[in-house]
Design a protein around this ligand. Sequence first.
Ligand SMILES: [Zn+2]
Ligand SMILES: [Zn+2]
Length: 78
Amino acid sequence: MNCFECAGRGETRPSVAVCTTCGAGACLDCVRPTTRDIRHAVGFSSAELAITTTRELHCTPCHSAISAHQGALADLGG
Ligand SMILES: [Zn+2]
Ligand SMILES: [Zn+2]
């Protein structure tokens, strides 16, 4: 698979990642790695929660959209 963003500019670059939002291939220049914290129960009791940080890879436009969305949420106070 080739980078979707670069293909739109008429360039052919091999993708190193797949956007988790839109599924487009992204090359090293176009991929935007982010992290997401996932809370999950540990042990036999669900009272105890652990947080695991996972990785999410987005293409450039999806990252921009998500950043704007999270910025808007932050402006609303959460
Ligand atoms: Zn995307
Ligand atoms: Zn690219």
